[in-house]
Write a protein that binds this ligand. Structure first.
Ligand code: SAM
Length: 259
């Protein structure tokens, strides 16, 4: 991957939000293997979710990777801002791009021209349409930091397109609310992140991405095109995949199986 793409991925990551899905909600959108014991499982864009801790408690070797694990203060402020609820309500009330940018109050030095407003809007709608409950997210967030302070840290700082793991070393990968709706904004970055997950997966290992881009949904046109392009590449390379519905949710998930 060239420097320009690395920069673009960091830009997307800087402008993303962190959130904190709990295990129960995660089980509704990702189908985890039934027998977890001894499996190496990777959460791409884990935020302050407790899924990794729960999987570890079930005897899996679970690890989460996130861009913000390199800066825990940034992680905490990103998730606090999101969980405060203000952001979500204000986003849905905003009438135009300018007011959205004001609400989001970017930190000094942020190039707001690059802010993906349509994504922020899509994010607010995603939040409304899923079963992911804010109170449960708050709880998950508290548990994440309590475990972190106790030194329980199966967390690796890094980006989805450069996973610091060996080829064929992971049994199961998943990404909830990270590869989509964030990485999918940039076709090359998104494709690279899928290739990277397939590189680290063992043969027959799965990558599950939630949500997947429903062509009838609120996702902007360029994202719909990037998503269909990714599927066309998988088809061409004869990598099996399935777009499927999840329990209690209207949004689909993508399941890719490494041949
Ligand atoms: C909305 S949160 C999702 C957290 C968790 N999976 C959940 O559903 O609650 C998205 C996370 O992806 C991380 N992220 C964004 N771009 C990334 C990238 N390119 N590589 C790794 N992590 C990234 C962000 O730092 C953020 O914590």
């Amino acid at each position: 991957m060239n420097d320009r793409l690395i920069y673009q991925e960091k830009d997307i990551a800087d402008n993303s939000f962190s959130s904190s899905i709990g295990f129960e909600a995660a089980q509704q959108v990702v189908e985890f293997p039934k027998n977890l014991e001894g499996l190496t499982i990777l959460d791409i864009g884990g935020g302050t979710s407790t899924v990794t801790l729960e999987l570890t408690g079930r005897e899996a070797k679970a690890i989460a990777i996130d861009y913000r694990y390199g800066n825990i203060v940034d992680l905490r402020s990103s998730v606090d801002r999101y969980l405060s609820g203000d952001l979500r309500e204000k986003i849905s009330e905003a009438q135009d791009e300018q007011s959205l940018k004001i609400i989001l109050a970017p930190p000094p030095g942020t190039n707001t021209k690059s802010w993906p407003i349509s994504i922020i809007r899509a994010w607010a709608e995603l939040k409304e349409s899923t079963a992911i409950d804010t109170a449960m997210e708050n709880l998950s967030n508290i548990r994440f930091f309590a475990a972190y302070q106790r030194g329980q840290r199966p967390y690796v700082a890094g980006t989805a397109s450069h996973l610091p793991f060996a080829d064929n070393s992971v049994d199961f990968c998943f990404s909830i609310r990270c590869m989509v709706p964030f990485l999918v904004q940039n076709r090359a970055v998104f494709i690279q992140s899928i290739i990277e997950a397939l590189r680290v997966l063992k043969p027959k290992g799965q990558l599950q991405i939630y949500p997947w881009v429903d062509q009838n949904s609120y996702f902007p046109q360029d994202i719909k095109q990037n998503a269909s392009y990714a599927l066309s590449l998988l088809r061409k390379e004869e990598v099996p995949f399935l777009v499927e519905t999840t329990s209690q949710d209207s949004l689909p998930r993508l399941r890719i199986t490494k041949p």
